[in-house]
Write a protein of this length. Structure first.
Length: 188
């Protein structure tokens, strides 16, 4: 049985605490993030949002935001996928007014953060899907290896480590993030 976005919305009404995506007619329920992955995501959202909001460049959202992706089979609207990147950015000209619903677009930037139980390959596949559908940049943050891998369509991935600086000149000219600033601090 192939499920639809309407089915997912009904299930969300019954279980609002669940994090769900709709992939090829199947509802995927994700477990909660581990503390470190969520803290890294929150730090990235803070750094991005401070830059984006003050310049009115667009919208930054977290892992609960659902994007209705373009359907590869255009004649079948019931097979649309609804996916949720860990962090996303949509340029202002593409989403001038926020919506009280899922949005039917692909974010300009999507970020996945490897949690304790994630495998890298499915995260890379998700990033590649978003790039194929129109995302400009995909990023994979791996707290286990302390790396940030930047993906662009038809380009080799760029792996950044501590001491490196992340820039996204094509999306956020002037924005810079020192990779080591992503990792949670240790308090004495």
């Amino acid at each position: 049985m192939s499920l639809s976005i309407t089915d997912l919305e009904q299930l969300q009404t019954e279980h609002p605490e669940w994090q769900m995506e709709l992939v090829d007619g199947k509802i995927i329920v994700s477990p909660p993030s581990d503390y470190e992955s969520e803290e890294i995501g929150t730090r990235l959202i803070t750094f991005l949002n401070n830059w984006v909001m003050s310049r009115k460049l667009g919208r930054v959202t977290g892992s609960s935001t659902g994007f209705i992706l373009p359907n590869i089979e255009e004649d079948n609207l019931e097979k649309r996928n609804l996916r949720s990147p860990y962090v996303s950015f949509v340029r202002a000209e593409r989403l001038k007014k926020t919506k009280r619903d899922f949005v039917e677009l692909v974010p300009d930037l999507m970020v996945e953060i490897k949690s304790k139980t994630d495998r890298i390959k499915p995260l890379e596949e998700k990033i590649q899907l978003f790039l194929q559908l129109g995302s400009v940049v995909g990023i994979l943050i791996d707290p286990d290896k302390l790396t940030v891998t930047v993906y662009r369509i038809n380009q080799a991935p760029i792996v950044l480590q501590n001491g490196d600086t992340l820039t996204l000149l094509d999306l956020l000219p002037g924005w810079e993030l020192v990779i080591s600033d992503l990792w949670p601090p240790e308090f004495e």
